[in-house]
Design a protein around this ligand. Structure first.
Ligand SMILES: C[S@@+](CC[C@H](N)C(=O)[O-])C[C@H]1O[C@@H](n2cnc3c(N)ncnc32)[C@H](O)[C@@H]1O
Length: 307
């Protein structure tokens, strides 16, 4: 007889699959905040989109990333667009191969401080950013708003699919201060759980993000279906914690705002399909209001500070 799975699959929130709207707001916040800076550094630049978007309004830019693959992708994108004032180099945020006082703006976007390799090393990263900035230089950070995430779900239980096609199971426990512990398991092939996962639809987000299947364990998954693979620990940021982190690193005029709420409201109203072109207008309006009021609400944080 087939063993029953006691799992409740949670519906996906479209905001988690498609970041287009959030990115429109972020890009607008960046354009307005960075202005006509002469020399801009992007730490953890990924595939380089933010610098390429800003290239028309700044003097010149440099992106650094610890992933050689992403630097290659950024360089290819730059060439394709024929942009000459941006360069990308392979380097780590804790050891920037750059002279002191070289940049009038330094960006760090997409939760770079929360990456595993930087666990416990965030101070070193901020000290490097201060070093390469000119006096009174601008710095910007963007990442998840943990006040928002924690209220949504203090625990998070989900499956992911690894690059090699195997399935993984994660039990995450979160605290309001932003620490998160994930116990990770491989799903044992040949078990009913593995068969069940094989039959499911695994969509891919427009930005190529990993899509997870979020579940509630109505009864714990039998241990013999799982192979424990280890524990990961993360430090995420609430607005207050992010502000303190930058203040303690010696930055001045630290302001943190949150954004992404227009998307959330439209999604909850069931109007995502019908907003069409108004999407970019709403994104621009939200960015303008958030900057004007220096506050805001939503799943993402945007910090602006001065050296
Ligand atoms: C979520 S991605 C964000 C990419 C890009 N900033 C954006 O917002 O589109 C975070 C990036 O940080 C990079 N990263 C992680 N640890 C790093 C380190 N120690 N030094 C430099 N980059 C790092 C990763 O390789 C990844 O490309």
């Amino acid at each position: 007889m087939r063993e029953r799975l006691h799992l409740k699959v949670l519906p996906r929130d479209p905001c988690e699959n498609d970041f287009t709207w959030y990115e429109m707001i972020r890009d607008e916040l960046l354009r307005k905040t960075v202005g006509r800076a002469q020399r801009v550094l992007d730490v953890g630049c990924g595939q380089g989109e933010p610098l390429l978007i800003l290239s028309g309004q700044i003097g010149s830019g440099m992106g650094v990333d610890i992933s050689e693959e992403r630097i290659r992708a950024a360089e290819n994108a730059r060439k394709k667009l024929g942009i000459e004032n941006i360069e990308f180099i392979h380097a780590s945020a804790v050891d920037l191969p750059l002279e002191s006082g070289e940049f009038d703006a330094v960006l760090m976007l997409g939760d770079v401080l929360c990456y595993d390799n930087l666990y416990g090393r965030q101070e070193e990263v901020l000290s490097e950013i201060r070093r390469v900035l000119i006096d009174d230089g601008l710095t910007v950070y963007q990442g998840m708003n943990w006040d928002w995430e924690y209220k949504l779900s203090p625990s998070w239980t989900y499956f992911t699919r690894a690059d090699n096609g195997n399935f993984r199971f994660h039990r995450n426990r979160r605290t309001a201060s932003g620490s998160e512990t994930s116990r990770d398991y491989d799903v044992v092939p040949g078990t009913p759980l593995h068969d069940w996962l094989l039959q499911r639809d695994w969509p891919v987000s427009p930005q190529g993000h990993d899509i997870s299947i979020d579940v509630i364990e109505e009864r714990k998954i039998p241990q013999r279906w799982l192979k424990y693979s280890g524990v990961s620990r993360y430090q995420h940021y609430t607005p207050a914690r992010l502000r303190r982190r930058y203040q303690n690193a010696g930055f001045r005029h630290v302001e943190v705002l949150a954004y992404g709420q227009t998307y959330d409201i439209v999604n909850k109203a069931g109007l995502l399909e019908s907003v069409g072109l108004a999407k970019s207008e709403l994104a621009q309006a939200e960015a303008a209001v958030a900057l004007e009021l220096r506050t805001g609400s939503g799943p993402w944080l945007f910090l602006v500070a001065r050296k």
